[in-house]
Design a protein around this ligand. Structure first.
Ligand code: GAP
Length: 453
């Protein structure tokens, strides 16, 4: 069973060093979080799993890591300056601000007053000034999605790789949105990360590719430990689609606070490449693009038979890293009552996501032989390249097991007197079954690799 409440997860995340409120010693910064020693490992593991599936295990995707600071023109022609807004209402009594579409009744959630302003659009993009002079000309945006950098680099990637349709460009990186009401821990925040793929296809094949990507992404989330019954597909109604989308399927996950979007998979047609292109009239675009007189390039490909230029359609699976971290943490969290009546908390994370893969524990802290052997084992396991192997020298094995259960470490290896005096074996303890096995040190590398696979 996943966590019963968000509070349980928030408490575990703070206690064990997964996630902290940012700038907390100065009262915090709302909607901004920092990842601690275990959080950074979990997050990196989730991103690495995505990159493996999207780039390394496919033969039709290239990677990109573009800048966060973005020329305002990019976000003008993408449509974000005009339409990337949420409806905002002000409470005239306590001066607080709310997203109109999040209010369940026309009442201020803070003071209860019904004296609210009419909703008005609020643009979510963060602005900054580039260079020492803060005038209008130096304005830049922090990107609100990683996608635009992929579109404006489309021709560079195409020229550098000679790719033919269909092919994709993948990117993981920060995005910023000045959310009116950030909430639910790392679910809705102002600074977050996205894992986005823009998959360019021949117009006419877009609907089939859209369907394929929905299936592929659902399967990927299952492989990260999300139970099938915790994930639902939502076909976004036409009147709620983003300005660029012809069709969007949201993958909805049962977060502790309710069923909400984990990832969106959109058919963005030729809207983005078309909006960033010059000579739009000649390209026979299907979408109503933004009239562009400023771009110096044509983001199009040539039909090899007819020699005419056309703009590819794009299918976009776009997942939030932070929402992904929250989902896998929630799925993995469980409390168990043991035979002796005591309780243990376990994070049953998939081994590839676990922040620590193996904890190596010497039984006695002040025993030179045991310590030296344990250190050598830690180094040998670390060299396997499986992820973080922790040398844990507290000397209290029982407490160590409990702590590692709680942070999801799949295996604990204990080095004791028998190891050094007798038969060169260690105790390997399994997080889920709690079974303990004696394993020869010479077999340990293959045993651990097999178990973590
Ligand atoms: N490029 C398309 C795009 O950005 P989106 O539905 O606005 O689409 C994609 O965002 C994903 O990014 C969402 O499914 C969600 O996982 C994540 N996301 C969006 N806004 C977020 C926020 N304020 N906090 C955390 N994650 C967010």
């Amino acid at each position: 069973m996943p966590a019963q409440s968000m509070d349980e997860l928030v408490a575990l995340c703070k206690r064990r060093g997964f996630i902290f409120q940012s700038s907390e010693i100065y009262g915090g910064l709302q909607g901004v979080y920092d990842y601690g020693p275990l959080g950074v490992e979990l997050k990196n593991n989730l991103k690495a799993a995505w990159w493996r599936a999207m780039v390394y295990e496919r033969d039709d995707v290239e990677g990109l890591d573009a800048a966060i600071l973005t020329n305002t023109k990019v976000l003008h022609y993408s449509g974000h300056e005009a339409t990337f807004t949420d409806p905002l209402v002000d409470c005239r009594s306590c001066k607080s601000r709310w997203r109109a579409d999040h209010l369940t009744e026309p009442k201020c959630p803070s003071c209860g007053s019904t004296d609210l302003t009419d909703p008005r659009p609020f643009n979510l993009m963060f602005k900054t000034a580039v260079g020492p002079v803060d005038d209008g000309a130096s304005k830049a945006y922090l990107r609100p999605e990683t996608a635009q950098a992929i579109f404006v680099n489309f021709k560079h990637v195409l020229d550098a790789t000679s790719r033919k349709l269909p092919f994709g460009i993948a990117q993981i990186g920060k995005a910023f949105r000045n959310e009116i009401t950030p909430r639910n821990f790392i679910f809705r925040v102002r600074e977050f990360e996205q894992m986005e793929l823009e998959f360019f296809v021949q117009p006419g094949t877009d609907e089939e590719w859209h369907q394929r990507w929905v299936e592929s992404r659902v399967a990927w989330w299952h492989a990260q430990g999300i139970r099938p019954e915790a994930l639902e597909l939502l076909h976004v109604p036409a009147d709620e689609l983003a300005h660029y989308s012809k069709a969007t399927v949201d993958l909805m996950y049962r977060f502790p606070h309710g069923l909400e979007e984990l990832e969106g998979i959109a058919n963005r047609t030729d809207f983005d490449l078309g909006s960033h292109s010059r000579q739009q009239q000649e390209l026979g675009l299907s979408a109503e693009v933004i009239d562009n007189r400023e771009s110096n390039t044509r983001l199009a490909v040539q039909d090899l038979d007819t020699k005419s230029w056309f703009v590819p359609y794009v299918i976009e699976p776009s997942a939030g890293v932070d929402r992904g971290v929250l989902a896998v943490l929630n799925e993995a969290y469980r409390k168990e009552t043991l035979d002796n009546g005591s309780e243990r908390t376990v994070l049953g994370l998939k081994p590839h996501l676990a922040p620590i893969k193996v904890a190596v524990m010497p039984l006695k802290r002040n025993h030179e032989g045991i310590m030296a052997k344990a250190k050598a084992i830690k180094q040998a396991l670390q060299a396997l390249g499986l992820g973080r192997i922790l040398f844990e020298e507290t000397g209290n094995i029982g407490k160590g097991y409990r702590r590692h259960d709680e942070v999801g470490t799949p295996l604990c290896v204990t080095v004791d007197f028998q190891t050094i005096e007798d038969d060169d074996t260690v105790t390997v303890r399994d997080r889920d079954s709690m079974a303990q096995e004696r394993v020869a040190v010479t077999d340990l590398a293959s045993y651990v690799s097999e178990k973590l696979r």
